[in-house]
Ligand binder design. Structure first.
Ligand SMILES: [Zn+2]
Length: 159
């Protein structure tokens, strides 16, 4: 048993000194890294672009959304713009405080999620290629979406 162990160990050490497997291993690591770099970008982007579901609770007659900033971060638009849209769509007064988004009435999380998805479809997702890597630009007082992925430019209907 002891002898066997030494044999194996000896073999291992010998290989380690010659390092044939080590070289192979490092190449493999390098390949892996490069492979990840070469993955289709939309695969990575799609993973990244998952709008978090709202986390919230009812407080009196208000609805408090605690992860609004996280949602904003994924949407890549300003707090003000998203807020304005949600207030209008949900027909409710509301505001952003330091830590939360507050609607001044009871709103179900499913209808908020629904409106946020609609917001993304209208203001974030490129209607040409479906990617979220877009910017909102204003030209002569008209809002457009410029896609960084495919280069197309779309008028935002209804603004
Ligand atoms: Zn596009």
């Amino acid at each position: 048993m002891k002898f066997k162990y030494f044999l194996i160990k000896g073999c291992f050490i010998e290989n380690f000194i010659k390092r044939p497997w080590m070289v192979e291993y490092m190449d493999y690591e390098k390949m892996l890294k490069e492979g990840i770099k070469d993955l289709p970008k939309d695969l990575i982007k799609k993973e990244r672009f998952e709008i978090p579901k709202v986390k919230g609770h009812i407080q009196g007659n208000s609805t408090v959304i605690s992860n609004f900033n996280q949602i904003i971060g994924v949407l890549g638009r300003t707090q003000e713009h998203v807020l304005k849209y949600l207030l209008k769509e949900l027909a409710t007064p509301g505001e952003i405080t330091k830590s939360a988004l507050i609607f001044r009435r009871k709103v179900s999380s499913s209808s908020i999620n629904d409106k946020i998805t609609k917001y993304a479809e209208k203001y974030v997702i490129c209607s040409e290629c479906g990617k979220p890597d877009t910017k909102m630009i204003k030209e002569q007082n008209v809002n457009f979406i410029r896609c960084m992925a495919c280069g197309s430019k779309h008028l935002i209907k209804g603004n």
